[in-house]
Design a protein around this ligand. Structure first.
Ligand code: THU
Length: 141
């Protein structure tokens, strides 16, 4: 699989680990951090934010995605995810949200010690609903 080099992947994992420290997860005590890499090199991080009305909780991946889009980025090439577990592949909702921007996104599953394994969004989520599925949408917005 051709993707970002190991040095950059390691940097993304370290950024995700730092973001995990900011996790707000008083209900699950399960901390998650994500670091999203845009093609221009910008890294945007996110953590899970849990809300007392549980369904309002936002995963680390979508927190990072929304912050990155709000910061002017839309062209993403990779995301690293770390948690308190060994490996945490993005949940189904995050797979859909990420696929809207790049269905071929590289996914780096990181661990506490900085090691990681690689996969891709198209292998985890092979047939997404896509923005192009809207016949009358305006993708330039
Ligand atoms: N969580 C994430 O942040 N990302 C995932 O991919 C899986 C789940 C969070 C949501 C919630 O705060 C906690 O982990 C338990 O589900």
């Amino acid at each position: 699989m051709k993707g970002i080099d190991d040095i950059l992947a390691g940097e993304l994992v370290r950024s995700a680990l730092a973001a995990r420290e900011r996790s707000h997860s008083p209900y699950s005590n399960f901390r998650v951090g994500a670091a999203l890499l845009a093609r221009d090199g910008t890294i945007t991080t996110g953590c899970n934010v849990e809300i007392s009305s549980f369904s309002l909780t936002c995963c680390a991946e979508r927190t990072a995605l929304f912050a990155a889009v709000a910061g002017g980025e839309k062209d993403f090439i990779a995301v690293a995810v770390v948690s308190d577990a060994d490996e945490t592949p993005p949940c189904g909702a995050c797979r859909q949200a990420l696929a809207d921007f790049n269905p071929h996104l590289e996914i780096i599953l990181g661990r506490e010690d900085g090691s990681f394994t690689r996969t891709t969004l198209d292998s985890l989520y092979p047939k997404p609903f896509l923005p192009t599925s809207f016949p009358h949408g305006n993708l330039s917005q």
